[in-house]
Structure formats: C-alpha cells, structure tokens
Design a protein around this ligand. Structure first.
Ligand code: UT7
Length: 330
C-alpha cells in the first residue's frame, strides 16, 4: 500500500452487556456440560449476553461515544464509520447507520463489514487505507456482536463459546493525534474452510422458512476441533509476521483473538513466549467474535498494560476462514 498519510489510533472504547451468564447457567438449561469442562477446555468462566431490547447497535453506540471522547473528537468530524459484525441488528440496512444516526455523525459515510472474528482487524485495515490514501481524515471502526441471539442452546459444542459486546477505535492521521501509529497490517482468507464456522440459514442460499427455523439453520455451528489446529498455527504465524525485526523487549502487549485459552497457550508455547505480555480476558467475556480484539485492547489499555512507545500486536482469525494482524506503536 502506498501511504500518503501515516495513521494513528486516537482513542478507544468498549461496551459490554450488563447481564453476566456463568457456565452453570447452561447446565441449568438442560445442556449436558459443566463449569469444570468449560473452564478446562476453553478458559471461559462467564460471558455477557444482551438483555431483551438490547442489540448490536446498543453496544456499538456506547463504545463509539467512549472512543470519540478518548480521542477528543466530535462525531461531526468523522468521515467514515465501519462496523464489523456478523450479527447486525437487521439484515438491512447496515448497523453502521444506526451508529451514525445515534452519535450524530452527519458527515460520515457508514457501512458494515463481515469478516467474522477477524472483523475488527479488517475494519482497522480498511479505515487505515482510507486515511492513508487521503480519502478520509477521521474514521470510527467498531467490532461488535450479539451472537447470543444465534446460539443453539442445545448444541454444547458451540453455545458455551460466545458472548456479546463491542469495541471501537477512532483512527486519525498520525499528525493529528501523535499516538498509536499503525506500522504493519495483514489480512488473509481461505474460502476452502467456508463450512467450518457457519450460519447456514437466513441468507439468499437458504432464506428463513418455517422448516429452516425448525432445523435450526439460523444458528452458528462450529467444527471446533478443525478450527483449533488452524488457529494455533495461524496465530503463531501472524505474531511472527507482525513482530519480525523487533526484539521481545520492544513488545508491550499482544492482543490475540479471545477464542480459547488453550489455543493461545499452545501458540505461545510453540513460540517459546510466556504469557506476561499477552492480554487475556476470555475468562470474563468468552469469544465475542469481531468485538474480541478491540475489547481486550481496551481492557489492556485501561489496566495500564500498554506503555507509550511500546509495540502492540493485534491478531485474529475466524469464520471464512479469515485472519488479520496489525502492529501498532502505542
Ligand atoms: O473464533 C472462532 C470460532 N471458535 C471456534 O471455532 C472454536 C475453536 N475450537 C475450540 O475452542 C475447541 O475445539 C472447543 C472448545 C470447541 C472444543 O474443545 P476440544 O478439546 O476440541 O473438544 P472436542 O471437540 O474434541 O470434544 C471432546 C469431547 C467430545 O466428546 P466425545 O466425543 O469425546 O465423547 C465432545 O462431545 O467433549 C465433548 N464436548 C463437551 N462436553 C461437555 C464438546 N463440548 C462440550 C461441552 N461440555 N460444552
């Protein structure tokens, strides 16, 4: 990418539902599972589920307001809003329009992106490209999900994994914000894994019918074991690619997609890294798909784990299959 302008992260924010669902809740619904199995196999202790009346835009809007406040930017100064999600409020129009309207970003274009758990990295890279090219000056990128609405509570292989929430970042020309410069980025895809993490129904190939609803085609299905292997190798390769040429000391924090604690641990073990520089919050929030990386970043920033001048590595992969990485000087 030929860059006319360097791009920085001027502010971040997140928003989570207040309803906490612990692992015992699933057994109470009649699912053949246990807190012990879920903690041992995934690292998840609880997740947040949207309450009635809340949806993806609810969390997007709050996260967006916080990120704008942190960036000290008015919504009217935004040129573009990108929402990465696979669980928008509606099929049409885009969730980004609800955000645009609610925050009063009257001069911003707005649309959604679908790259599943790699969604935030995809939105970040897209927003960066707009600014780098001079097409936009200020871009709001959000990763957000309400996957709880697409979980088959009887499918123990998937229902225990996911949670809801949103994380947002305001991107600006580096000259305008003097922080969080995006130094590297990468995106990739492999459609041969299309069926591994899949919502079969609801789209044009299999529109909703009484029969499709009865079959549960609208629920998210995961072939966890297959994804597991892909995840460990991809995450390791992404971290290596993003940090190439930099010493371990320069790295402040690695923020991986919060997919499964065992996947993150296996990847670190392969790389010979310890976990003191790795952000983990899967125990509290589960896998929030597109929201996972930005929410973990915000939690890390708030906890003071990201020192100014140090490198932050973001890595994610997900349905598609898709993957993405970024290297940021905080
Ligand atoms: O962000 C991308 C989307 N996320 C993913 O794609 C998830 C990636 N994969 C994973 O995190 C893990 O593969 C899982 C957590 C989903 C599953 O862990 P695993 O160690 O790979 O278990 P498994 O699928 O090999 O299943 C082992 C056993 C099976 O029983 P049998 O066949 O050995 O009798 C499963 O039926 O564990 C059983 N099992 C459960 N038992 C209790 C699967 N889910 C559960 C459950 N509670 N919730």
């Amino acid at each position: 990418m030929s860059q006319r302008y360097r791009v920085g992260i001027a502010g971040t924010g997140s928003s989570m539902p207040s309803r906490i669902v612990d692992n015992n809740w699933f057994a109470a619904q009649g699912v053949d599972t246990s807190d012990e199995w879920i903690v041992q196999r995934t690292g998840i202790k609880s997740r947040r589920f949207a309450a009635e009346g809340e949806a993806t835009s609810t969390f997007c809007i709050e996260a967006a307001r916080k990120a704008l406040e942190a960036a000290k930017l008015e919504a009217t100064e935004l040129d573009l809003i990108l929402v990465a999600t696979v669980s928008p409020d509606h099929m049409l129009p885009a969730c980004a329009l609800l955000v645009q309207q609610a925050i009063g970003a009257t001069k911003a274009a707005a649309y959604d992106l679908n790259a599943a758990c790699s969604g935030f990295l995809t939105a970040l890279t897209t927003g960066e490209a707009f600014i780098a090219a001079g097409t936009a000056r200020n871009v709001l990128v959000i990763g957000a999900e309400t996957l709880s609405r697409f979980l088959d509570i009887q499918d123990r292989g998937s229902c225990i994994l996911f949670g809801d929430g949103a994380g947002a970042a305001v991107l600006r020309r580096f000259d305008d914000c003097q922080q969080g410069e995006i130094l590297r980025r990468t995106l990739g895809a492999d459609g041969s894994g299309y069926g591994l993490i899949h919502m079969k129904g609801g789209g044009a190939a299999n529109p909703p019918t009484h029969a499709s609803i009865d079959r549960g085609d609208h629920y998210i299905r995961v072939q966890g074991r297959e994804v597991f292997k892909f995840a460990v190798s991809t995450m390791g390769e992404l971290i290596a690619e993003m940090t190439e040429g930099h010493s371990y000391d320069e790295i402040g924090l690695v923020v991986p997609h919060q997919v499964n604690l065992r996947i993150i641990d296996a990847c670190l073990e392969r790389m010979g890294w310890n976990s003191d520089k790795v952000m983990i919050n899967i125990d509290k929030y589960g896998n929030t798909s597109a929201a996972s990386v930005p929410v973990a970043l915000v939690v890390g920033v708030r906890a003071g784990r990201v020192e100014k001048g140090k490198l932050v590595v973001l890595v994610a992969f997900g349905a598609g299959l898709t993957w993405g990485g970024a290297l940021i000087r905080w």
